[in-house]
Design a protein around this ligand. Structure first.
Ligand code: SF4
Length: 480
């Protein structure tokens, strides 16, 4: 941790209870770190402020992945400093303290990612913990504080990354991969599911490489030795009865086994596979793991599990990408017919190897390629979505609009925040009645329902609820 030689700025707040503001930026992996810090704060009796006005000190969990994310983090730090004057920075950008200090010399302390102890030490200096045993024992939920709704949770299975993609500084920021034991992960999953979580979103920098660093060491959970291997772990997670969704999978041969679990209905048929490009030359320069024979692999997965939906992300305008390389990417997309695609124009990241590569692609060319790719993909996604029309699909309700009386859910093929939604009405109820029914508890957030699909576009599904499904977890439920 880097603590500045600053006298702690005075607190503007002389309440007996000191409130901590929290800003969480970045990816789901950073969100899990934020949940850990918030859980520790609450365990020590700190209150979490809902606004800067109420906050005595603000913690900013930053992202340092690409230039726009760095800029967003730096401006969030500036805003927090302007409001409270007492700011602790943590997360990926905290691994480069000089970048933070240069712009914001008045930040009180800077810690790197996953450094809960470093953040707490800085908080203890700025806001000494409550030593009264009667007021400091604040109960926190057994599964910790979650920043996601109760019915889904991210499960981070490893930290860091063993790859060396040339555009990425995550391994420099977060270090080599460190996998968690299956015992800890399964205990966490059971706690979550017994507390009402119905969907586990499995994340890591490379989820498919889980356990490689600990040589797939087995640990005991409920009388069974479970190896730290993604296939064994996922099989056990599926046994909780929750939906299990896999993010950041690379196309290694044993991923076939995960797809088999999807075909058996044990795991949701969804794979988030960041392919980044399709031209072998660009992929080599990117130093991407597991990037050979992409099309063949996708076709094999689909033959194992025809219901499989594949999400991927791509970078256009990587240094040295020619029109021919880009055309290869478009041809790949046409042939692979991926269901969901995100695209970024390449942006330089200080300290990434690719920043020194020659053959920079002009911004207007990057933008033009981005638009061509997205236009092509939109047609493909829309065509892929058409097959759902007339199907009855399972949907989880995440939210609702009172006006015009719609339930907002997600199918097994949609991850929260990144994919589309299912907009559905409950039967042929009048819209006002629907709102009343929802409030009366007929359909609640987190419920699973069956929806008859009436229409689709490239991203979203529209339909009607035809049944409410019972929730049948295989883990005993805690009373709440
Ligand atoms: S797999 Fe590549 S892009 Fe992903 S975190 Fe590791 S080095 Fe970065």
């Amino acid at each position: 941790m880097s603590v500045q030689e600053l006298t702690p700025p005075p607190s503007k707040n002389d309440d007996a209870i000191k409130r901590v503001g929290f800003v969480s930026l970045g990816c789901p992996k950073a969100l899990v770190d934020s949940e850990r810090i918030l859980t520790q704060l609450r365990a020590e009796g700190y209150e979490i402020a809902g606004s800067y006005e109420d906050a005595d000190t603000v913690i900013v969990n930053t992202c340092g992945f690409i230039s726009p994310a760095v800029e967003e983090s730096l401006s969030a730090i500036g805003e927090a400093l302007d409001s409270t004057g007492r700011v602790i920075v943590t997360g990926c950008l905290g691994e480069r303290p000089e970048a933070v200090q240069e712009r914001h010399p008045k930040v009180y302390a800077i810690t790197g990612s996953q450094d809960v102890d470093g953040v707490m030490n800085a908080i203890h200096t700025l806001i000494p913990p409550d030593t009264n045993p009667h007021t400091s024992l604040i109960p926190v939920p057994e599964a910790g504080i979650k920043l996601t709704p109760r019915h889904y949770s991210y499960l981070k299975i490893a930290e860091g990354c063993n790859h060396t993609c040339s555009f990425c500084i995550i391994p420099k920021l977060r270090g080599k991969q460190v996998s968690r034991d299956t015992r800890d992960l399964l205990a966490e999953a059971w706690r979550l599911v017994s507390g009402g979580c119905k969907e586990l979103l499995v994340i890591a920098q490379d989820t498919s490489a889980y356990g490689v660093d600990i040589r797939h060491r087995a640990t005991e959970f409920r009388g069974q030795e479970i190896p730290a291997h993604i296939v064994d772990l996922v099989r056990e997670l599926a046994d909780t009865g929750a939906w299990v969704r896999l993010h950041y999978i690379y196309p290694y041969p044993y991923v076939d086994k995960l797809v088999e679990l999807m075909a058996e209905g044990k795991v949701v048929p969804y794979l988030d596979v960041p392919l980044q490009h399709a031209s072998p030359k660009v992929l080599r320069r990117m130093r991407r793991p597991g990037s050979g024979k992409q099309l063949e692999t996708i076709r094999r997965w689909r033959s194992i599990c025809p219901e499989l939906v594949i999400r991927s992300t791509f970078i256009v305008g990587f240094p040295g990408e020619t029109e021919e390389d880009f055309q290869m990417l478009l041809d790949f997309l046409s042939a692979a017919e991926l269901d969901r695609v995100g695209c970024f124009t390449y942006s330089e990241v200080e300290e990434a190897d690719a920043t020194h590569f020659e053959g920079l692609v002009p911004e207007d060319v990057k933008q033009e390629r981005y638009e061509r790719l997205m236009a092509l993909q939109q047609e493909i996604s829309e065509r892929r979505m058409q097959r759902h029309i007339g199907q009855v699909i399972e949907v989880v309700i995440d939210d609702y609009n009172e006006e015009p009386g719609q339930l907002i859910g997600r199918s097994i093929w949609d991850a929260p925040d990144i994919d589309g939604n299912v907009f559905c009405v409950h039967g042929k109820l009048a819209e006002t009645k629907l709102a009343r029914k929802i409030k009366a508890g007929t359909i609640k957030i987190g419920d699973r329902v069956k929806v008859l699909v009436e229409d689709v576009d490239a991203y979203d599904i529209f339909g009607e609820v035809v049944a409410v499904l019972p929730w049948e977890p295989k883990v005993p439920q805690r009373r709440t």
